[in-house]
Design a protein around this ligand. Structure first.
Ligand code: SF4
Length: 181
């Protein structure tokens, strides 16, 4: 039976997913071995499904929607992979943590830097509330594997996934596999 495979995009630039697409023809091989049941690059399914075997999660957790989704992903996924530096350390989206809270970030972006009359976004139920800090995944949920890189190269993603899909732990050794950035 094929593994049920997913990818999720939280607070990241989508560069990790672009690198995933750089797997090029190996994606065809991957598609023969897994069922892609949820992914922003493969379908428009909105609800994260049950019984997912492997999920690559890009990005930190920056807002209420990210938080709800990562909790759902954890509850419904056997192997959760922290995919890229933003998921592992908060990295680029986490730069706003230096401003100490969501309010100064919103003020800076929507009032101080506004060309005309600025306005803070307020649309409960439509615009998700920012969390006070952007968090890496492991601060909120248990993570099974870490795949660093900004983004991880396609070669690194493939070297990580090949053993994982055979049911073996990926060999995370050496600069080619564990260097950040
Ligand atoms: S780790 Fe780098 S490439 Fe991946 S989402 Fe973050 S900033 Fe983008």
């Amino acid at each position: 039976m094929k593994l049920r495979f997913a990818t999720v995009w939280l607070a990241g630039c989508s560069g990790c997913h672009m690198s995933f697409l750089d797997l090029d023809e190996w994606l065809i091989e991957l598609a023969e071995r897994v069922d892609v049941v949820f992914s922003p690059v493969a379908s428009d399914i909105k609800t994260y499904p049950e019984d997912v075997d492997v999920c690559l999660v890009e990005g930190g957790v920056a807002n209420a929607d990210n938080l709800e989704l990562i909790l759902q992903v954890r509850a419904r996924t056997r192997l959760l992979v922290s995919f890229g530096d933003c998921a592992i350390t908060a990295n680029v989206p986490g730069m706003r943590n230096r401003l100490e809270g969501a309010e100064p970030v919103l003020r800076r972006g929507y009032l101080e830097l506004a060309d005309g009359s600025g306005q803070l976004p307020h649309a409960p139920g439509l615009v998700p509330e920012l969390l006070e800090r952007v968090l890496p995944l492991h601060e909120l949920v248990p993570v099974d594997h870490y795949l660093p890189g900004c983004p991880p190269s396609a070669a690194r993603i493939r070297a990580f996934l090949e053993p994982l899909l055979r049911g073996e732990p990926p060999l995370m050794e050496g600069a080619a596999m564990i260097r950040f950035g």
